[in-house]
Design a protein around this ligand. Structure first.
Ligand code: GAP
Length: 536
């Protein structure tokens, strides 16, 4: 992971936000290559899920044909949206503060092990990365018990790594940055929405929130879309955009950020067909990641347990990836596919629904202490009338919700590799290569004149100008060709095109493939077609 992080910084994929001022935790800027990669990723998602979708045919394994359209909604919405969505009341994490270090932690993320010395047993915690955890716990326990290295075998450290929420004996906890025991407060709720103020007056009634998900913009526009685009159920609405969450402990590079991008679909269907659509979208989204280059051995589909389900969800499965910053056997969420029932449309219609309604019972509108609806809905009719059967119903929703930054990170991690290739003299040289899917690669092709004479740079520059109109290409005439190849391999450029002596006589160039290292000669006139075909 360290090598990946360093490559991302060195080659301009990712920078810490406001770095010259020391950075802000949980915020990341994409550099010149990173922005291309992320745009390609979002474009691929948009094309594969929305714009290239053909509503006239039934896709493989789909219950029927369906339509897909897009939206682009605002980040700040009416505050009532968040009351009816449940985010105002329920979108929180539990945090604990350390009275000694004055630091704040997410309750479920403080991890540690039981350590004993003689009769004394304490729970030593650390926020160190997973692979460093055991060493760090041991180091801290040795220090706490004032043990010298030669007495290390007097210390016993538990095999099991536990989180703070799994243990009862809080007075025996050594907090991650504390020297004495029992310095953590009781866990408290902390709402993850960023709050802001509308207008100049700035009273509590002017409070607004930065959206924590793009999904709600889709729900509140459901009727607008049905009325204006003539879509018929089943259909999906997709949106790509920024979301914000005031994460207590942002970490693992861009994995848990405070500002990030989501690629979400809300798929509206008849309640009786919702289970089939749920299955369809789970399979389809999993296949998308493998078709874009993630290996199926590094991906899992994890079904949520009943107690894990979000307040709205009838069923949820996460697509998870074995990120290299996680311990072996652990996976991190890339995307959640949730069966949300009719919770959202009904809430925006009638008012905030009670997530604690007994199972199997229709959801009740949540009431305040005066027996009035706790959060009023819009009062607008968000039900749907089937134009063929005339049946009126509140559609069920299947939501495949992906994170663009997490997906970009997963593709970078998967693509990173090191191997050895022969140089011009036949000697094996180490190379770092990003084996990115060509659709995602920031630079599609690099153009080199073999030498800076005999008119080769002129031909290469002309080719560059022509190809630039079709794709992102890069011109490089500095250093030995082998070195130029290495520079492009490291950032995942799938093709390098070289103008050489033969070009001068026959108007052909070599295309070198990043992964197979195979070189073929192609006529300059055929280059655009050849590259477009390879990049598809
Ligand atoms: N509308 C449903 C929803 O937002 P979620 O599981 O909270 O569900 C969906 O988020 C996806 O958004 C996640 O699978 C993840 O890829 C991404 N995501 C969520 N929180 C994130 C964060 N703090 N940093 C980066 N990506 C995040």
């Amino acid at each position: 992971m360290d090598k990946i992080v360093s490559l991302c910084k060195r080659r301009g994929f990712l920078f810490q936000s406001s770095e010259i001022y020391g950075g802000v935790q949980g915020f990341w800027d994409y550099g010149p290559l990173g922005v291309e990669l992320k745009r390609n990723l979002k474009d691929a998602w948009w094309s594969d899920m929305i714009s290239a979708h053909n509503e006239l045919i039934v896709p493989a394994n789909a219950p029927s044909e369906f339509e897909m359209v897009g939206l682009d909604c605002t980040i700040i919405m009416h505050p009532q949206v968040w009351k009816c969505s449940g985010h105002y009341d329920l979108f929180h994490d539990h945090m604990v503060d350390c009275r000694e270090s004055k630091k704040r932690y997410r309750f479920d993320q403080v991890r540690g092990r039981w350590c004993s010395h003689g009769e004394k047993k304490i729970f030593v915690t650390t926020m160190a990365e997973a692979e460093l955890e055991l060493d760090e716990v041991r180091r801290r326990a040795m220090k706490f018990f004032k043990l010298r290295p030669k007495n290390a075998d007097e210390l016993s450290v538990g095999n099991e790594s536990l989180t703070l929420d799994q243990i009862q004996e809080r007075d025996q906890v050594l907090a991650p940055d504390a020297k004495s025991l029992d310095t953590l407060t009781e866990p408290r709720e902390f709402n993850l929405m960023f709050k802001t103020t509308l207008g100049a007056l700035g009273g509590e009634e002017d409070a607004a929130f930065l959206r924590p998900e793009t999904a709600q913009g889709i729900f509140v526009n459901f009727k607008n879309v049905v009325d204006t685009s003539r879509v018929k159920i089943p259909f999906g609405i997709g949106q790509v955009g920024k979301s914000f969450r005031n994460e207590i402990t942002p970490r693992n590079f861009t994995f848990r950020s405070r500002e990030f991008e989501q690629m979400e679909i809300e798929f509206f269907c008849h309640p009786e067909q919702s289970k089939q659509w749920y299955q369809y979208w789970r399979d389809r989204r999993m296949n998308w990641y493998t078709s874009m280059g993630l290996s199926s051995e590094s991906l899992i589909m994890r079904e949520h347990h009943q107690e894990e389900l979000a307040h709205y969800s009838i069923g949820t499965a996460d697509i998870e990836y074995a990120f290299p910053f996680l311990p072996a056997g652990e996976y991190g969420e890339l995307e959640g596919i949730a069966h949300r029932g009719d919770f959202d449309l009904r809430s925006h219609m009638e008012g905030k629904l009670d997530p604690n309604s007994p199972e199997g019972q229709p959801m009740q509108v949540e009431l305040n202490e005066n027996g009035k609806p706790k959060h009023k809905g819009s009062g607008k009719d968000l039900s749907y009338r089937d134009p063929v059967t005339n049946e009126r119903f509140v559609p069920h929703v299947i939501e495949p919700s992906a994170g663009a930054d997490r997906a970009a990170l997963a593709f970078i991690c998967e693509a990173y590799s090191e191997d050895k290739v022969a140089d011009d003299k036949g000697d094996l040289q180490e190379r770092t290569v990003m084996k990115l899917n060509p659709r995602l690669a920031p630079i599609k092709a690099a153009i080199f004149p073999l030498v800076k004479k005999d008119g080769m740079p002129e031909i290469a520059k002309e080719m560059y100008s022509e190809l630039k109109k079709h794709m992102n290409v890069y011109y490089d005439d500095k250093g030995a060709v082998g070195k130029r190849y290495r520079r492009q391999d490291e950032v995942g450029t799938p093709y390098c095109i070289t103008v050489d002596t033969d070009t001068l006589s026959d108007n052909t160039v070599t295309i070198r493939d990043r992964d197979s290292l195979e070189q073929v000669r192609v006529k300059i006139d055929d280059l655009v077609g050849e590259l477009n075909q390879r990049l598809r």
